[in-house]
Design a protein around this ligand. Structure first.
Ligand SMILES: [Zn+2]
Length: 66
């Protein structure tokens, strides 16, 4: 995710707050990007919830003692 085009593709892929996130995130960078875009949308925003869960899962894998 290094170019403007990459960013635009992610914005399209994750634009709908109510959509099921499928396919899932390709990387933690993508998940964090989606968290930024959808932060503040509230508990009905599936994009934010899925991104937060993905990020938390990645962090747990990185640190098994957490
Ligand atoms: Zn949202």
């Amino acid at each position: 995710m290094n170019t403007v085009r990459d960013t635009e593709l992610l914005l399209v892929k994750h634009r709908d707050c109510a959509a099921e996130v499928d396919p899932q995130f390709g990387s933690i960078t993508e998940a964090r990007f989606v968290m930024r875009v959808h932060s503040g949308h509230g508990p009905r925003c599936r994009q934010y919830i899925a991104a937060a869960a993905y990020t938390a899962g990645q962090q747990a894998q990185d640190d098994p003692d957490a």
